[in-house]
Design a protein around this ligand. Structure first.
Ligand SMILES: NC(=O)c1ccc[n+]([C@@H]2O[C@H](COP(=O)([O-])OP(=O)(O)OC[C@H]3O[C@@H](n4cnc5c(N)ncnc54)[C@H](O)[C@@H]3O)[C@@H](O)[C@H]2O)c1
Length: 419
């Protein structure tokens, strides 16, 4: 056994006389060493599995992200244009970008402004019947809660008291814009047309909703073309007593098209001709409701002028079918929605007498300013593109509103009740 002293001596001896060093040669490579390292403890297996997982993720991920961006928007595809405005894909190119209504799509949330009124309440009935969620916005200027009372408690129905001249924020898919007093007695006092339409178009732009404007045959004024086609630009007095309505609706049409062209809002325009049916406002100066109410009350039927001016009368369910066909379809319009059957006021008075009271008399009064001499829609465009035409002639439709009017006239609370 060597001591530490002898060990140190050995070391000193070796430094003192170094042995001759061998010539330099590189370390021999050992290829098997790293390969063996990989094989040991299943490292190779783990490496291969890792590569497979990584490449699978990078190959599949782009397709997954494409799927996930289209899934939450089965109904509306929106993007920003160069001006930062939200616009709907294909809105101007005829490319269908929505799942057509009713084809396996989710329930739509639909706003009906003026839904407590005559036409609006019938439209709401149809939309609820089709399984949609409906929000009515109405300030009850001419509408009545009674028109919707049968829907109170229905979870798909909501009613908001609101004046559309003020903005409102809601998330919706479609907007039927009807809010506007439609009779001369009322519309002189209400500047709804322009401001209301502007606000509802703003809502449509924000939410990407489809917007339908209920315009009117009054945009043709006292027409110089008969019957009136949608291409006719009208003959309207811009400063007359009726102008707030006629020109208001013309401006509403202009705004609607501007929002379509400028902001890509999907729009529809209906030009509605005289419509009648249950729930019409009593005593609002419209000729059918006037005659029916007067005949029931045993009063003379008021005819303005010589009674030879003509009008066309459509039953409300025909109009409602036209409005939904327009909203659901792919055409902007404008579309005339009316019944082409043409009657003079005296002919209408005769039919009302036959239907309600044959002993009713007629009282003549001077005509009102700017009263159109004739009105009859050309509906060939709606027939061709919407596959729509009215089904109910005047003689069949009139009796359908008489019971409703009779009940309301007998009801002393009419006009006071639930407002
Ligand atoms: N009935 C027709 O013969 C006829 C013809 C042409 C056009 N139109 C148009 O159809 C639409 C509906 O007409 P209608 O006959 O049902 O009239 P209506 O008066 O019975 O209904 C209008 C509804 O709008 C509501 N309204 C009015 N101003 C409002 C406001 N500022 N904010 C919120 N709600 C408001 C009223 O309270 C009412 O419920 C109107 O836009 C009208 O111009 C109707």
């Amino acid at each position: 056994m060597k001591t530490s002293l002898s060990h140190r001596r050995d070391e000193e001896a070796s430094t003192a006389t170094p042995p001759p060093s061998p010539p330099y040669s590189p370390k021999p490579s050992k290829p098997n060493r790293s390969f063996n390292y990989l094989l040991r403890e299943q490292r190779l297996l783990f490496t291969i599995v890792g590569i497979i997982i990584g490449s699978t993720f990078f190959i599949i991920q782009p397709s997954l992200s494409r799927l996930s961006t289209s899934e939450p928007q089965p109904y509306i595809h929106s993007r920003s244009n160069a001006f930062g405005l939200r616009r709907n894909d294909g809105a101007l190119h005829g490319v269908p970008r929505r799942v057509p209504v009713g084809i396996g799509s989710r329930r739509l949330r639909i706003v009906v402004t003026g839904g407590a009124g005559f036409v609006g309440s019938h439209l709401v009935d149809k939309l609820i019947g089709r399984g949609n969620d409906v929000i009515v916005i109405d300030n009850f200027f001419t509408g009545r809660k009674e028109n919707l009372i049968h829907l109170f408690g229905n979870p798909r129905f909501e009613l908001i008291r609101h004046d559309v001249v003020e903005p409102i924020l809601l998330e919706v898919d479609q907007i039927y814009h009807l809010a506007c007093p439609a009779s001369p007695v009322h519309y002189k006092y209400n500047p709804t047309n322009v401001m209301g339409t502007l606000n509802m178009l703003g809502l449509a732009k924000r939410t990407g909703a489809r917007f339908l404007l209920t315009s009117t045959s009054e945009v043709y004024g006292d027409p110089l073309e008969h019957p009136q086609k949608e291409t006719y630009w009208g003959n309207v007095n811009p400063i007359g007593e009726r102008s707030c309505y006629d020109e208001g609706k013309r401006t509403a049409e202009t705004l609607t098209m501007d929002y379509h062209r400028g902001a890509g809002v999907e729009v529809r325009i209906a030009r509605i001709f005289n419509t009648y049916g249950p729930r019409m406002c009593l005593d609002d100066g419209r000729v059918v409701s006037n005659f029916v109410a007067q005949a029931i009350r045993k009063q003379p039927l008021t005819v303005y002028g010589d009674g030879k001016q003509t009008r066309s009368f459509q039953y409300v369910s025909d109009l409602v079918n036209g409005l939904t066909a327009l909203m659901d379809g792919e055409h902007i319009g404008p579309f005339n929605l009316g019944n082409p059957g043409e009657f003079t006021m005296l002919e209408l008075a005769k039919i009302v007498k036959e239907t309600i009271d044959s002993s009713a008399t007629i009282a003549y009064k001077p005509n009102t300013a700017d009263d159109p001499h004739m009105r009859k829609p050309d509906i060939s465009k709606a027939k061709e593109l919407l596959n729509w035409e009215p089904k109910i002639p005047l003689r069949e439709g009139l009796p359908l509103m008489v019971n409703d009017f009779r009940n309301r006239i007998l009801n002393e609370d009419e006009g006071k009740g639930l407002k």
